[in-house]
Write a protein that binds this ligand. Structure first.
Ligand code: ATP
Ligand code: MG
Ligand code: MG
Ligand code: MG
Length: 561
């Protein structure tokens, strides 16, 4: 590829709208362009990187017994009615009618489509297990699309779905996917932690997220360096707090006239039932956010509403929640750990502060965990609260970090197969619902995560495995015959060695070319200069380390390969 022909309009200045390094650099290096909020065009360089990520994903999926297929982006809304998700999914779901008035959705994920597919085809235990995947654009009308490719409205996802006859078989498929996902991160150069995302049974997990560690990440997590335990904010509170015990606090019986379960509360306040969001938040009579609660939803079931909702408070609407930046994973001033009731006693309420603390219905501890009682004004981040707590597995202090969720594996069980009548005939002659798992990789988000982790003040530093081009050849006098000849020969040798090569044949100053090549982040740069040619050498620069060395013209291709 000749750079004189490459469509990669680089920018001299940092674009004002970009806060994150990945967003800024992908724009500056001429790799993405915004069409509208959350909608991006991948220009040729980014698209090459995307295809490399996809191929790594493909390779790992195929070698872990999954098969690629392709499903439509447009999904019959009828299927989403069958699964019961059509309303529960909320406004992220784009719905529209076709010309005949039939309703469709743009698939934000494809459980419904795939369940409808296999329910007619997978009829016997003999056909199981099966794992099917595709790589496709997904559409989610995120309330606040931001950070470039990190949170888009249209984004590329690899989603896989497994179907099993038994829980043991699901576990096997799930473990294979977890292994594949760990490999994908490593092969893409993403430093990620597998993080427990859902409170699983003891000795097992039912969902793991792979979190690329990055200060700019929207997710927070705690981890233990010693034994490898890691959990996202929701699961962390489950694991950590439940094991915490009563501490030194006083157990007090409190009156609980409450509304009952959190579902009842949600209904009372007009929250969508079975909503996918696991966070709730309160707003005071002046419309200010007062408290955000971001627990696992099952843990909230017994939370007594009256404890939480004093007079003058109401639930935030979805719009308000988003407006105040309270996303899932966000921790407001009060975090309600698993199995712990949030209690507001009158003294605390006066001081506009909330206490959390008990493990039994109708009881709460006062003074049990003073560091978990937050002032309303102190918007505490859960992880800074949990950091230093003992690891629930080994007791060593936990560390806190921020992360980017690049992928997630999930044991679905029979939720969709039951709702949609996807059954098979088991060995014992009985009709049973298929046992499912689902597994998603954010392909375009992975690209952003890679850049987030691999950059410096001069630009992107691509890991070789996903670099748009592995080598750039930079002739300093492309018009001069000896330079042009040496360039042609080197490029041919590099191509013959199987490398992806770009040649900066532009008639520009060396400094301009170096800056552009650094910005675009090609891992190896070979400079062809006058002096070197005289001595029979090229200069090889390693983008990551910045190291330069003279290499002999005859051996250049072998050295780089
Ligand atoms: P998040 O918590 O960031 O909203 P999610 O949990 O809703 O993500 P999943 O439903 O688990 O996302 O989808 C699988 C993967 O798709 C995610 O792990 C992530 O990498 C990617 N993904 C999800 N939403 C987006 C988005 N808006 N833009 C880019 N990638 C996304
Ligand atoms: Mg989401
Ligand atoms: Mg998530
Ligand atoms: Mg997820």
């Amino acid at each position: 590829m000749k750079m004189s022909r490459l469509y990669a309009p680089t920018l001299k200045e940092d674009p004002a709208e970009a806060e994150l390094a990945s967003h800024r650099l992908l724009l500056r290096a001429g790799m993405i362009r915004k069409e509208a909020a959350g909608l991006y065009t991948y220009l040729p360089l980014a698209w090459r990187a995307i295809r490399k990520i996809e191929n790594i994903v493909r390779d790992e999926m195929d070698s872990h017994d999954a098969q690629e297929l392709m499903m439509p982006i447009m999904v019959d809304a009828e299927l989403w009615r069958e699964s019961g998700r059509i309303d529960a999914y909320g406004k992220e779901l784009v719905r529209f009618d076709d010309r005949h008035g039939r309703e469709f959705v743009l698939g934000p994920t494809h459980e419904e489509t795939i369940t409808a597919l296999v329910r007619n085809e997978l009829r016997s235990y003999k056909q199981l297990p099966v794992n099917l995947y595709h790589i496709q654009d997904k559409f989610r009308d995120e309330f606040r699309p931001r950070y470039g490719l990190m949170r888009g409205r249209e984004f590329i996802m690899k989603d896989a779905y497994s179907f099993s006859a038994t829980q043991e078989s699901l576990q096997e498929e799930y473990d294979k996917m977890k292994e594949a996902y760990a490999n994908i991160c490593v092969r893409c150069g993403v430093h990620a932690l597998p993080v427990v995302a859902d409170s699983g049974e003891i000795g097992g997990d039912t969902s793991v997220e792979f979190m690329a560690l990055a200060d700019a990440g929207e997710a927070s997590l705690v981890y233990c360096d010693d034994c490898g335990f890691a959990a996202d904010d929701e699961a962390a509170t489950t694991k950590v707090s439940v094991t915490e015990g009563p501490g030194n606090g006083t157990l007090e019986k409190v009156e609980t006239p409450g509304l009952g379960t959190i579902e009842a509360v949600a209904e009372f306040f007009g929250f969508p039932k079975n909503g996918t969001r696991k966070s709730l938040a309160l707003i005071d009579s002046e419309g200010k956010p007062v408290v955000a609660i971001v627990p696992g939803d099952h843990e909230l079931n017994e939370c007594k509403a009256e404890h939480v909702f004093g007079k003058g408070y109401r639930m935030m609407t979805d719009e308000e929640l988003e407006k105040f930046g309270l996303f899932k994973g966000f921790i407001g001033p009060v975090h309600l750990p698993a199995g712990i009731k949030l209690v507001c006693d009158s003294s605390l309420k006066e001081s506009k502060s909330w206490a959390c603390g008990a493990n039994e219905i109708d009881y709460h501890f006062t003074g049990a965990c003073p560091d978990r009682d937050f002032k309303v004004d102190e918007w505490a981040d859960l992880v800074t609260v949990l950091a230093g707590d003992p690891c629930p597995h080994c007791g060593k202090p936990l560390a806190a970090a921020r992360g980017i969720e690049v992928s997630q594996v999930f044991q679905l069980g029979t939720k969709y197969s039951e709702a949609m009548g996807a059954t098979f005939m088991d060995e014992d002659g009985k009709e049973k619902p298929l046992i499912m798992g689902c597994y998603g990789v954010g392909v375009s988000r992975t690209l952003a995560a890679i850049v987030e982790q691999h950059n410096d003040e001069n630009g992107i530093i691509w890991p070789v495995s996903v670099a748009p081009y592995e080598v750039s050849v930079i002739p300093l006098d492309p018009k001069k015959e000896d330079c042009a000849k040496a360039t042609d020969r080197l490029v041919q040798e590099l191509l013959d060695a199987g490398l992806d090569v770009v040649v900066d044949d532009r008639n520009e100053r060396p400094g301009f070319k170096f800056a552009d090549n650094d910005l675009m982040g090609f891992p190896y740069q070979i400079v062809i200069g006058k002096r070197g040619l005289k001595n029979g050498t090229f200069e090889l620069k390693d983008r990551a380390t910045g190291e330069r060395e003279d290499i002999s013209i005859d051996e250049a291709a072998t050295i780089v390969a």
